[in-house]
Design a protein around this ligand. Structure first.
Ligand code: SF4
Length: 382
């Protein structure tokens, strides 16, 4: 564990209180500046997704060049993925929300990877059937966030291997065991499935270029913890004759227990809201959630609360304040003491219930077209 004030962020481990600016400096990425945001705002027809406007996506690699290309008639595609080991929770939605928005505003294709193979290799307690079934369940949830059936393509690893493998062969030759050991912390006892999986996870970044026989730029919205993985992908891109994927990194959503980023690892199921949590469970978890409030009502009225440390405020910020005015109002009245935590939680609970109801309807619809997005064959054999 890190010392107090220190933190560890890797693709397989996140601990401590993260200083995101310092992390960006450590990783050597670029800041999402107001100029970059203005460019996206312009290209998106005068709109900015709240996750961009509120600084949740705060870091990037090569984003301006990708945007310049788009403005000059060179569209890009989006790539994101999910390792299906159980139901999705709210922090999993960050990257898919942004992808769906980019797709809607810019009309670009989306490539989604469901890594049911990787979760089987990584999680000893899950059977093949379970990871495949969670893959489908997760796919329905993701597609229902607003993706366009005609522009969305899914690599469901165990079912799409014929589409992925010809390119994976070439990718795998560029990656050594030393590379993946350094990035993922593999040891001699790591199973060889996980070692090869690194190649499979890189393939979608190059697949459209390979399929179309021309350089198609790729944008990967992801948590900043995934940057080391994609550094590896970027390092091998040019050797394969493909563009380096551009990255757009988010901060992570804090957990409801107030002990770091939202994660249910180690059985801490109350740290997150799952999309399949029934209403009473949603209410129980949110009522018990860690806040930035004071010990008494009188103190809070007098001194105000601290939104930046509050897990409830983080949910308003990342999903449930649908307008900037609402988000500013929550933040201001929290800080001034006008808003009390019980009332704030009550209002959020209502919004979460409403979102879950709408999501269930959208999910039912997505089930009818999810299969049609799964890519099963390669465009060519080499
Ligand atoms: S008023 Fe709301 S946002 Fe502010 S600390 Fe309390 S629960 Fe968090």
């Amino acid at each position: 564990m890190p010392e107090p004030g220190e933190f560890v962020v890797t693709p397989y481990e996140v601990h401590g209180k993260i200083d995101y600016d310092r992390l960006r400096e450590q990783f050597g990425t670029e800041e999402v500046t107001s100029q970059v945001l203005a460019r996206i705002h312009h290209l998106a027809g005068g709109e900015l997704h709240p996750l961009l406007a509120r600084g949740v996506y705060y870091s990037h690699r090569d984003l301006p060049a990708l945007l310049d290309g788009y403005a000059n008639g060179r569209p890009f595609f989006l790539y994101s993925g999910r390792g299906p080991s159980g139901p999705l929770h709210l922090s999993h939605l960050l990257q898919f929300d942004l992808c769906a928005w980019f797709q809607r505003r810019l009309g670009v294709p989306m490539y989604l990877q469901i890594t049911d193979d990787e979760k089987f290799w990584a999680r000893g307690g899950l059977t093949r059937e379970e990871t495949a079934q969670w893959g489908l369940e997760n796919l329905y949830d993701i597609l229902s966030l607003g993706f366009d059936p005609k522009r969305t393509h899914t690599f469901f690893d165990s079912r799409s291997i014929a589409a992925l493998y010809p390119l994976a062969i070439r990718v795998a030759r560029k990656i050594t065991f030393s590379n993946v050991k350094a990035v993922f912390g593999f040891t001699p006892s790591t199973n060889i499935g996980l070692v090869f999986y690194t190649a499979l996870q890189s393939v979608p970044c190059f697949w459209p270029s390979w399929a179309e026989g021309r350089a198609v730029p790729c944008l990967v919205p992801c948590g900043i913890d995934q940057d080391p993985h994609f550094r590896l992908t970027r390092d091998i891109a040019e050797g394969l004759g493909y563009p380096k994927p551009a990255l757009l990194h988010s901060q992570m959503v804090p957990g409801l227990l107030g002990e770091g980023v939202m994660s249910t690892t180690g059985g801490r199921t109350d740290d997150a809201l799952y999309l399949n949590d029934p209403p009473p469970v949603v209410e129980r978890k949110l009522r018990a959630a860690f806040t930035g409030g004071r010990a008494t009502v009188e103190e809070q009225r007098r001194l105000g609360a601290t939104p930046e440390v509050c897990s409830i405020w983080a949910l308003w910020k990342t999903r449930f304040a649908d307008t900037e005015a609402k988000f500013q109002e929550i933040t201001r009245t929290c800080r001034s003491g006008e808003l009390l935590c019980g009332d704030c939680k009550g209002e959020l609970i209502e919004r979460v219930h409403k979102f879950y109801e709408q999501h269930a309807v959208a999910r039912d619809k997505a089930k009818s077209w999810a299969e049609s997005t799964i890519v099963t064959s390669a465009p060519k054999s080499i």
